[in-house]
Design a protein around this ligand. Structure first.
Ligand code: GLY
Ligand code: MN
Ligand code: MN
Length: 445
């Protein structure tokens, strides 16, 4: 049997959606040359590297996960789609693992042409000559910018030979960002699954966490659940915070020992097939909510449910944050943590002592996903089917003179991933326990 006829030793993503996206982008750009590089490998310490994570824009258009790869599209009525990638190298593959090489990559990833990455410096100036526009990233990576400048200068030097360089360099990220803002069916399938896996991980943490354990031991339960389902890493650094640590918005130490009676706030989601889930849950470790904990929890939950209702097509992106502010501010007044009328508490920003972040963000290939939040006229972007947002209001109560002690160190955030649909929305993380009864069934069960 010939080697080529054996199954590939790596999983190849479904290529059709990637191919459609690059065709659509090419149609919208019209003319010029597009050049897009994947990410650089990131050194960790000594001679070790972080696990390689491809560039999200590059991956969106190619599905290709190897380092040292560049997408080129010669735009026009019949665009030429070209991949530059590492050559096959049996010696390196013995040490580092399989690589496609241009011949196999062209076929499997459906490119018109593919060349060794070592050909880039020779071929790019040729592709660039007499093109009116260069579409690439500008200012995203200094090393890439320097290479682009070098290629532009190589072409500029050929002016007396009748070859001109692009007069315009266009940052193509904004065009790809706009596409990424509306998820296609393939993306939604993956995100639904990422949401389910992450929901299972949170449920497992609720069940397993007990006073006396360390935060990192609960973190290990999350990672176990992610990896055993094929989601090999978290989409961002997991926050596993007990007691007052829950009031540190980006807490990632995860080293404290859990005390009886404390809440635990976990903000964690897996990355599955390059897509992020982003879930926060807060629960009473190994027991039930105390009175004050429950008051705060139910307030945040009421705010979150009201916000989710405001995520629907036609609504401004900013609307559900405003809903969060109104519900939380009224709740803070009712709990006597803020004084004055609702309008006064909102107007003065007094609620920000306890709720100081926005209610959500785009979600997709990046946890804080690509895409504008405001239109060029300054108005919020209007929600449309295919957009995915997080909805994540919270209340964080640090010890303070005018705050009753029963509330000190309570930090509660509840976060779900919401897909905007034609009729309203779909909660991609609905299977993650959230009501007081469902949470306590796991923590006190
Ligand atoms: N986990 C990051 C965020 O919630 O925005
Ligand atoms: Mn989060
Ligand atoms: Mn989030």
């Amino acid at each position: 049997m010939k080697r080529e006829s054996l199954p590939l030793p790596v999983v190849v993503p479904k290529i059709a959606p990637h191919q459609k996206r690059r065709q659509r982008l090419a149609n919208s750009l019209g003319e010029g040359l597009l050049l897009l590089s994947t990410a650089a490998e990131a050194p960790r310490n000594g001679d070790a590297y972080f696990p390689f994570r491809w560039d999200s824009h590059f991956y969106y258009l190619t599905g290709f996960r190897e380092p040292e790869a560049v997408l080129a599209i010669v735009l026009g009525k019949k665009p030429r789609f070209i991949l530059f990638c590492r050559e096959k190298n049996i010696e390196r593959e013995i040490w580092d693992g399989f690589r496609f090489g241009p011949t196999m990559a062209r076929e499997i990833f459906s490119f018109d042409e593919a060349y060794p990455i070592s050909e880039l410096d020779r071929m790019v100036p040729e592709l660039m000559g007499n093109q009116a526009v260069l579409h690439t990233t500008v200012g995203a990576d200094a090393a890439w910018d320097a290479r682009v400048t070098g290629w532009l200068n190589t072409v500029r030097a050929q002016i007396r030979a009748g070859i001109s360089a692009p007069a315009e360099v266009h940052d193509v990220r904004r065009d790809i960002d706009a596409m990424r803002q509306i998820k296609d069916a393939a993306e939604i399938d993956i995100m639904r699954r990422a949401g389910q896996i992450s929901s299972g991980a949170h449920a497992r943490a609720m069940r397993v966490a007990k006073p006396g354990m360390f935060e990192y031991q609960v973190e290990a339960e999350l990672l176990h659940e992610f990896v055993r389902h094929g989601a090999r890493q978290p989409a961002y650094g997991s926050i596993v915070a007990t007691g007052g640590n829950a009031c540190v918005l980006h807490y990632q130490e995860n080293t404290a020992q859990i005390r009886a009676g404390d809440l635990m706030l976990i903000d964690a989601g897996c990355e599955l097939d390059s897509y992020a889930a982003d879930i926060t849950r807060t629960f009473p470790v190994g027991g039930r909510f105390s009175g004050a904990q429950r008051d705060v929890y139910e307030l945040v939950l009421a705010a979150q449910l009201a916000c989710i209702k405001a995520v629907k097509p036609g609504n401004a992106f900013g609307k559900y944050h405003d809903v969060a502010v109104r519900v939380l501010a009224q709740g803070l007044i009712d709990l006597k943590l803020c004084k004055g009328t609702l309008d006064a508490v909102i107007e003065s920003g007094a609620y920000k002592q306890f709720y100081m972040h926005r209610a959500g963000h785009w979600l997709g290939l990046d946890v804080h996903d690509a895409g504008n939040y405001r239109q060029p006229n300054g108005k919020w972007v209007t929600l449309a089917p295919g957009m995915v947002v997080t909805v994540e209001p919270g209340i964080y109560i640090r010890p303070a003179d005018k705050v009753p002690k029963a509330f000190w160190d309570i930090g509660v955030r509840i976060e779900d991933d919401i897909l905007v649909t034609a009729k309203g929305n779909e909660n991609l993380t609905a299977s993650c326990p959230k009501s007081v009864a469902d949470v306590e069934a796991l923590t006190a069960g």
